[in-house]
Design a protein around this ligand. Structure first.
Ligand SMILES: Cc1ncc(COP(=O)(O)O)c(C=O)c1O
Length: 279
């Protein structure tokens, strides 16, 4: 169950979660047409709010969905974050009630959830993702759209196989990302991660971690890599707003010990968050 902290803002109006609703005629509900963001609030302040709103603006523009002005979006997100403290703040923009004119009567929902308990390591199972863009471009490239059905199905299938989550593999055998996280690993002394050119989400955590790694003097490479390359790595980790930097303990049958370099990046990420939000 989703446990909402406090009230839900629907178009900026505070509503108890059980009364908050979006029309059954909305193409967000009917067709997964819309976009969203998941942000992390620490002590009531959202990490990289502007970057999240930039990505939301890109997603909305790709869908030709008008957004409320940025000041309102910031106010709604900060109101929810301030009340919730440490939380995951979610913002949804529905497509509206006219499939011919997206944005007509669209609903904006903002609410907070308690951050889920974080496992010590993540165990992931590789799964073919023939539906992933995997390098092919479209008008929705880079957009974080509501249609996450394939991603959730991959997570649930991986869980049925005994893993915590999935590692998506593209049609050409490229390692892509998790259904809700990015991945990276150490190949010798080099940090490697799938390239954004593959159409993976431009993860805000990934971007911060790659900057931290480069600042720490690590060689960073973004490219196309196969699963064998990941299995041969010394350390593998996941990155996302919700997971932060989380060591991967297994990929398929292959085990990884949580490594010191991942731990150092996780610490550096936490320090960066603390510095940026002023704690
Ligand atoms: C497919 C996918 N990749 C990566 C990420 C991580 O992105 P971020 O670091 O911005 O949370 C997410 C987050 O939801 C995602 O859905």
């Amino acid at each position: 169950m989703i446990e909402v902290v406090g009230e839900v803002l629907v178009d900026g109006e505070a509503v108890p979660a059980e009364d908050a609703c979006v029309s059954v005629l909305d193409i967000g509900f009917q067709r997964g047409f819309g976009c969203f963001e998941a942000m992390r609030a620490y002590g009531g302040t959202i990490f990289r709010l502007e970057a999240h709103l930039d990505r939301l603006a890109h997603s909305a523009s790709a869908l030709h969905l008008p957004l409320p002005d940025r000041t309102s979006l910031i106010r709604w997100c900060t109101t929810v974050a301030n009340r919730a403290g440490d939380a995951v703040v979610r913002l949804f923009v529905s497509g509206g009630v006219d499939p011919g004119h997206p944005g007509t009567g669209s609903t904006i929902v903002v609410y907070a959830e308690h951050p889920p308990p974080s496992p010590r390591v993540l165990r992931i199972g590789s799964r073919p993702a023939p539906w992933h863009p995997d390098g092919a471009r479209s008008e929705l490239t880079g957009a974080k759209i509501l249609s996450y059905g394939f991603n959730l199905a991959a997570t649930l299938a991986a869980r049925r196989d005994g893993f915590d989550d999935a590692l998506l593999i593209g049609r050409d055998g490229d390692v892509l990302e998790g259904p809700t996280f990015s991945v990276a690993w150490f190949h010798g002394d080099t940090l490697r991660t799938p390239s954004l050119e593959l159409g993976i989400l431009a993860s805000i955590t990934r971007s911060a971690v790659l900057d931290l790694a480069a600042a720490a003097g690590l060689a960073v490479e973004e490219g196309r890599y196969t699963l064998d390359e990941v299995l041969a790595a010394s350390e593998v980790f996941a990155m996302s707003t919700v997971k932060e930097v989380l060591p991967v303990g297994a990929v398929d049958a292959h085990r990884f010990d949580p490594g010191t370099r991942t731990a150092r990046l996780a610490t550096a990420f936490r320090k960066l968050v603390a510095a940026e939000i002023g704690r």
